[in-house]
Design a protein around this ligand. Sequence first.
Ligand SMILES: NC(=O)c1ccc[n+]([C@@H]2O[C@H](COP(=O)([O-])OP(=O)(O)OC[C@H]3O[C@@H](n4cnc5c(N)ncnc54)[C@H](O)[C@@H]3O)[C@@H](O)[C@H]2O)c1
Length: 499
Amino acid sequence: MKWLRSYVESRLRRGISARALGPNEARVLYDATVTFCAGLIALALDAAFIRHIGPDMRLLAATIALVPLVSATSLALGIYGRLRFAAGARKAAVLAVAVTIAAAGAALISGDVPFAFLWLAIASGPITVARLLLGIAQAARRSSLAVAANDRGPVLVIGGAGYIGSHAVERLLASGHTVRVLDRLMYGRSSLDDFMTNPRFSFIEGDAADISRLTEAMRGASAVVHLAGLVGDPACAVDADFTRHTNIVVTRMVRAIAQSMGVRRFIFSSSCSVYGTSDQPVDELSALNPVSLYAQTKIDSERELLTNVPDDFFITILRFATVFGHSRRPRFDLVGNLFVAQAIEDGLITVIGPEQWRPFIHVSDLGRAIVETVDADPLLVQSQIFNVGDERLNTTILELAKAVQRVAGEVRPVEISITDDPLDKRNYAVSFAKIQRTLDFRAKTLLEDGIRELIENHRHGAYAHYREEAYSNVAMTRRALERFHDPDELSRIYAPLAR
Ligand SMILES: NC(=O)c1ccc[n+]([C@@H]2O[C@H](COP(=O)([O-])OP(=O)(O)OC[C@H]3O[C@@H](n4cnc5c(N)ncnc54)[C@H](O)[C@@H]3O)[C@@H](O)[C@H]2O)c1
C-alpha cells in the first residue's frame, strides 16, 4: 500500500485536487469506460442474436476481466508510458494490438468466440480513433510551438553567475552543452570570466523579471535551469514583498515564457530547507515544515511549477542539501564555508545549535547533479522532486565544526565555542535514496576533501575577508531592493519589448 500512499501524496503535493484528473488518469479512465460499456453491449447482442439465451457467469466474468486486460496490455505496450508522446497513428496501431490481445483473453475466459469478436468490433473504434483524433489536435498545437522548440539549443542557466550557477555552467560546458546565462550580477561578473572566451558560452545581463530580456534569453533554448533568486533566510527576511516577487513571481514568469516558447525541460532549484525541523529522517514524501520565508517561497514555487503540467513539458524540482565548497562566486553565509573561514582567519569556530542535523553537499557535485538531470530520460524526471545530496554527508553542526577543526588544525590551532538556542531552527537528516536509485547520483567530494580544498584557496589568497560586504547576501539584497521600489525601474521591467 506504500505505492498508493506515495501516489496520493505526490498528487496532493503537486496541487492536483482530488477531483481533477491527470492526463494519464484520464486516458486510463476513458479506456476502461469504453471497454466496459462495449462489453455490456456485446453481452446484450450476444444474448439476443447469437445464443438466444441470457448471459452466463463466464460471459459476465469475461466482461469484467476485459477492463484489467485492456489496462494491463496497454501498460505493457507503453501506451501510458514511453508512447505518451508518440504520433496518434502509432498509438492507435499499438492500441489495436492491445485490444486484440484483450479480446483473445476474453474468448479464453468466456469460451465464447463470437462474444469476443463482437466486443472487439465495438470497442476498437472508440479506443483507437480517439487517439488518432487527439493526435491530429496535438500535432496542430506542436507545429505552432515548433517555431521555437529546439531540442539541440543551448541550456539557459538563469542565475548562472552565482555560487552554484558557475559550477553548473562549468559542468554543462565540460559535458558538451552550449550554455547561455541570464543573470543580473548581484555579486559581480568575475565568476563568469573563465567562460567568456568559450565559443559555446554566451551571456545576457539582466533581470529575469524583465520580460524582454527573459524572452531573448529563452529563444531557441533546449532547457532552462532556474537558479536565480534571493537565497537564504536573512536575505529573504529583508523585504517580504521583494522576496515573493523575486522567488515566486519570477519563477512563474520563467515557466510561462519557457512553455510558450517551446522550451520543454525545466529544472528548478529548491532546497531541503522546506523540511524545516524533523526528528525523523525525511524523504521527498515527508511533511513540509518551513521555518522561514525563504523555505516558504520554495514550497510555493514548487507548487506553481507542478500544477497543470502538460504532457510535453518536463519539470524537475531539485531540493538541494546545504551546499559547501569553493566556487568562483564565494559564499561565507553557508555554515561549512563560514566555519572554514573562521578557522583560518580567527582560529575560532562559533557553533550555534551544536546538535542540529543538516545534510551537506559539495557545490561541484551539485553542478554534476544539474547536468545529470538535464541529460536524463525526460520521462524519468518529469514532475519529479529529488532531494540532492548524499547520506554520507548528513551530520550535526558540531561534527561539522570538529571536522573543520581537524583539517584546519594542520595549518593553525583552532578552538570551538558552543552556544545553544540558535535563531536558525532547522534540524533535519535527509534520505537521498530516490536520486541515487533514479539517476545513480552519489557525492564525489566528501566533507574533509571539500574542507581541505577551501583551506587551500584561503591560503592561496583566493578570497578577501569573509565579512567583506561584497560577499553579503543581505547587503546585496538591500541594493537590489532600492531598484525594486524605483517606479521607473518597475515600469521598465514589466513593459514587454519596450526598450
Ligand atoms: N547554496 C545553497 O546552500 C543552496 C541550498 C539550497 C538551495 N539553493 C538554491 O540554489 C539557487 C542558487 O543558489 P546560489 O547559492 O548559487 O545563490 P547565489 O546568490 O550565489 O546566486 C544567485 C544568482 O542569481 C542571480 N539573480 C538573482 N535574482 C535574479 C533575477 N531576478 N534575475 C537574474 N538573475 C538573478 C544573482 O545575481 C546570482 O548570480 C537558489 O535558488 C537557492 O535558493 C542554494
